[in-house]
Design a protein around this ligand. Structure first.
Ligand SMILES: [Zn+2]
Length: 307
């Protein structure tokens, strides 16, 4: 049995994985643990430890733990100043948890965790040349090539979200302009919709749900938002195929779960946008992991790197 720890901006999910399934989970707040005089992240590590021990009392001991986090650095086991997490310095969470739990703890970035999760437990099973793209607030990706996760020197290789799609395009959180993520992400889709609807009214609900609802009601701007997003994503994926040549691409995350609204235009565009030598050779699939468990399974899959 393995513990999977999925750290998000608001909450952290901690689960136990046995026989490729999540058998129990608890959720704690990510922020608000640090007290004066303690090292950054140490009180958070205490809270995770309590949660894991509580789960172990019910289900038995774990032999390892995997931690998926934004800006997680697999080489150093640290979370490196993630913009949406509370700590402004690097937090050595892998060593903090290894010490507290007494089992090996492996930390990696959330996009790589998602890629490993799909490879080990989901739609990427059995495919050793795999690209996994997570479509959420931003756009993350992980690359498995020749049966190995591509890490690069800083543990964060394969960040398709910050490849330039449009010269002098939308301003990205990374400070550059026109990154794929500024178009293909929840934030990007909301911007596209507001531009197309020519509206200055902010969308009332979070995420892309209000746009999906309007699209199902037949509203032109909303339907066009999904088509434009599909085209931008298609170009981004076709570029990725040209330089990493995956046999399969798995799409993961909230936007991909809007069924045909995104997938039918994407399927149409993708084959046309591909370099012709790859026509018919790249499978495009949706994540097969249960939404609530995917982050935990991905984090748990990180432990395989330490085996
Ligand atoms: Zn960027």
């Amino acid at each position: 049995m393995i513990a999977g720890i999925d750290i998000g901006g608001t909450s952290t999910k901690i689960g136990l994985v046995r026989d490729d399934r999540v058998i129990d989970t608890v959720r704690i707040a990510t922020a608000g643990h640090d007290a004066d005089g303690t090292a950054p992240g140490s009180a958070f590590a205490d809270a995770i430890t309590m949660a894991v021990r509580g789960l172990q009392e019910k289900h038995g001991l774990v032999r390892a733990a995997g931690i998926g986090a934004p800006n997680g650095n697999q080489h150093t086991g640290t979370i490196d100043r993630a913009p949406n997490l509370p700590w402004k310095s690097d937090v050595p969470l892998a060593s903090m948890l290894t010490e507290r739990l007494g089992v090996p703890c492996t930390l990696g970035n959330d996009a790589n965790a998602a890629a490993l999760g799909e490879w080990r437990y989901g739609a990427g099973r059995g495919c050793n040349d795999l690209l996994v793209v997570t479509l959420g607030t931003g756009l993350g990706s992980g690359i498995i090539t020749g049966g190995k996760l591509l890490l690069g020197p800083y543990g964060n290789a394969g960040e398709l979200g910050h490849t330039t799609l449009v010269m002098d395009g939308r301003l990205c959180t990374c400070g550059r302009k026109g990154c794929l993520e500024t178009y293909v992400s929840i934030r990007g889709m909301r911007q596209t919709y507001l531009d197309l609807a020519d509206s200055s009214e902010p969308l009332k609900q979070e995420g892309v749900l209000p746009i999906a609802e309007q699209a199902r009601l037949g509203e032109d701007a909303a339907i066009q938002t999904f088509r434009d997003t599909a085209r931008w994503l298609s170009i981004g994926l076709a570029n990725a195929v040209a330089f990493t040549v995956p046999k399969r691409i798995v799409l993961f995350g909230g936007i991909a779960r809007n069924g045909d609204l995104l997938m039918s235009p994407l399927m149409q565009f993708f084959e046309k946008d591909l370099f012709y030598i790859y026509h018919g050779k790249v499978e495009l699939m949706l994540s097969a992991l249960p939404e609530d468990d995917a982050g935990i399974l991905g984090a748990a899959a990180l432990t395989a790197l330490a085996d």
